[in-house]
Design a protein around this ligand. Structure first.
Ligand SMILES: [Mg+2]
Length: 226
């Protein structure tokens, strides 16, 4: 049976830090198409702290590590993203409380709990064009699969996030800063959804899982090339 250890989480978080830091400008420029252009910088500011602190932070249990990461997000990730990502890690950590490893089912539960927390915090609904429109189908897909082939799971959930970019691009944002510009947010991607998809695409690369991106946003690294 597949299990995920503290070291597995540490590696995945470390890859995530590298992705967020590398895409700081790109994610901010994507946000600037309809929002205030701070998403990449907000996220990167926090993930630079996570990257720096990761070797030292409490790794006595998965929950303890997630809680610490949650606290860094709340403190250092700016804008509306801080409370969202902070809540997500905190709620995921509650499922991993005291555990040195989790099963695939528990991993799925961690995401489900993170989603519930983010919904409670921000009140977004399906189709509101927030990062939840990527997280919900990812969670659904994880529940459908049994986790016996994690390469297949990773490719499948990356495809869900990739698809969410296209499915939400034409809709108007109803939550977050982009909602304030109304119609102008139509025909621009949601940077949070692109962020989730980009992180997963990089997990595929790091874990040697073949994945060919579909959405244009995953094929370029600058808004000039969109
Ligand atoms: Mg913004």
């Amino acid at each position: 049976m597949t299990t995920f250890t503290i070291a597995d989480f540490e590696k995945a978080i470390d890859i995530t830090c590298d992705t967020v830091i590398a895409n700081e400008k790109y994610f901010s420029d994507l946000d600037g198409l309809a929002g205030d252009g701070d998403f990449g910088t907000s996220l990167a500011t926090g993930f630079k702290v996570i990257k720096k602190d990761l070797p030292e932070i409490d790794k006595s249990a998965i929950g303890a590590m997630m809680l610490k990461i949650s606290m860094i997000c709340s403190k250092h990730v700016g804008g509306s993203s801080g409370p969202i990502w902070g809540t997500g890690f905190m709620r995921a950590g509650m499922v991993g409380k005291g555990l040195e490893e989790v099963s695939y089912q528990q991993l799925t539960e961690m995401l489900g709990s993170a989603i519930e927390g983010i919904v409670a915090r921000g009140g977004a609904k399906r189709g509101d064009k927030t990062l939840l429109d990527a997280l919900w189908p990812i969670h659904d897909k994880m529940q459908e699969m049994d986790g016996s082939d994690m390469g297949a799971v990773l490719a499948a959930i990356t495809a869900e996030a990739d698809k969410a970019i296209d499915e939400t691009r034409s809709s108007v944002a109803h939550r977050g800063r982009a909602s304030q510009v109304g119609e102008r947010s139509a025909n621009t991607p949601d940077p949070g959804i692109v962020g989730v998809a980009t992180i997963l695409r990089d997990w595929c690369k790091a874990y040697g899982v073949d994945y060919t991106p579909n959405a244009r946003e995953l094929q370029v690294s600058s808004v000039k090339d969109l």
